[in-house]
Design a protein around this ligand. Sequence first.
Ligand code: NAP
Length: 288
Amino acid sequence: MSPPHAAQLMDGRGLAARIVEEAAVQAAEISQRTGTAPCLATVLVGEDPASVTYVRMKRARCAKAGIRSRHIALPATTTTAELIDTLADLSDDPDVHGILLQHPCGPHIDERAAFEAIAPAKDVDGVTMHSFAAMSFGLPGFRSCTPGGIMRLLKAYDVDLAGKHAVVVGRSAILGKPAGMLLLAEDATVTYCHSRTADLPAIVRAADVVVAAVGRPRLIRGEDIKLGAVVVDAGYNPGNIGDVDFDTVRTRARLITPVPGGVGPMTIAVLLAQTVQAAALQLAMQHH
Ligand code: NAP
């Protein structure tokens, strides 16, 4: 039974499908005009089952949207230097428009060094320092996909961020930190929380917007949500469980993302949209 008050769901699956449809139309238009379909290179080190599944899923979505993909499977024994060489070659290859390095790459790889071998123009996953800085400065560039997806969801549901207190729980380089920068760019007042934060519930209680990006099942509880707050759950834990305690939080929030079907599908949609955008920019330079 639904509680007396139940938050509206932010339907990431539906919005993602619309974004992918739009990307597919643009990909077809680019292919027709230039004779070249957009191409995403996916690079995977080792055979971690979750990573293999993620890459397969991303490539399947690409294929459905008329985006080619080229997969480079490297052995688990690949060194950082070898990985950098591969990424540098792809960065120089005019037939590749976007590069995705699936991570984590394994403890023996210097992941930051590897990411930095991706040319900014092809950084469609938004993982380089260049992309982070451009995003933070409000300059053109690619966004980290999950935060980019979160912002599109908030926009689709007309969430006005100006002057609102946004609390981001988590500060990873690909999720929490860029999410906070994007919220700041929309004039939210941003607080970052992390594993050393003292009294997380007290800070969450003051939030108009909560973005949970931690990886701890049901860390954010209903009793700590301000009535009418907007709650975005980027967490994904085994068993399809988010970082937000959905059942208690939805009795107090105004808007909430479900898990699954909220932030997850948005991440791939943004990856595809950014790949098409990268291809359009690169092919325009080659063809003029
Ligand atoms: P991560 O690199 O492990 O970062 C987790 C962050 O949470 C860190 O900043 C950590 O703080 C903080 N944290 C840990 N325990 C905490 C606690 N008890 N209270 C407050 N903060 C705490 O993870 P991530 O890559 O950002 O991913 C976070 C979650 O999002 C995971 O569940 C992941 O599966 C999910 N995710 C989903 C998508 C998607 O497409 N939907 C994409 C990426 C990630 P410190 O910095 O102090 O260690």
